[in-house]
Design a protein. Structure first.
Length: 100
């Protein structure tokens, strides 16, 4: 079953993501985003909630980076600097994950 939000990647894209994930000098944020894209490709039937639980991230983070990947094929932050006063959002809790 193929979902509308599944990400189909070419073999060379998967290889590049794997290299980013494994490289010790890859910034942590880039490595986490690469893990998300790789996991989204590997498990196209997983919801944003399930991916968030697997990566210990928030669902909104998953949705944001999957959308950004589809639009730009980039794992980098937006180029414009924005000052934010928002509070950090919580990651999915263990009880949230248990309900899936």
């Amino acid at each position: 079953m193929c979902y509308q939000h599944s990400l189909q990647l070419a073999p060379d894209e998967l290889h590049q993501l794997k290299l980013l994930i494994q490289a010790h000098r890859t910034p942590q944020g880039i490595a986490r985003r690469a893990q998300l894209i790789q996991l989204s490709h590997t498990h196209p039937d997983w919801s944003a909630k399930r991916l968030a639980c697997a990566l210990n991230r928030h669902e909104s983070w998953v949705r944001k980076w999957r959308r950004r990947w589809r639009e730009t094929h980039s794992l980098k932050d937006a180029s414009t600097f924005r000052c934010s006063t928002s509070v950090f959002s919580r990651s999915a809790s263990a009880s949230d994950c248990a309900r899936m």
